[in-house]
Write a protein of this length. Structure first.
Length: 88
């Protein structure tokens, strides 16, 4: 199997090779780390989802003016867990 730490997604309304993009794994790691805890305490069967809301920061450098700034984003995510056969 190929091992890739990034999550593949599409940018825009049409899914194509041109719209392919990748998300960093840090954006979803909390849901996967807490999976066992959530699964055992909240619900005893699949499927279920874990949602999270938080802040994300990105450092940007403008090479023309040598401006350094930090951008702040509000970010909301949902990871949906199901049996492998149901995902197809």
């Amino acid at each position: 199997k190929r091992f890739n730490l990034l999550f593949e997604t599409s940018i825009g309304p049409v899914v194509s090779d041109k719209s392919k993009s990748y998300l960093r794994p840090e954006t979803a790691q909390g849901a996967y780390i807490n999976f066992k805890n959530v699964f055992s305490t909240m619900r005893q069967s699949l499927p279920f989802g874990i949602g999270q809301i938080g802040k994300s920061y990105r450092n940007e450098i403008s090479p023309g003016n040598f401006i350094f700034r930090t951008r702040e984003f509000d970010q909301m995510e949902l990871q949906w867990f199901c049996e492998e056969d149901d995902a197809k």
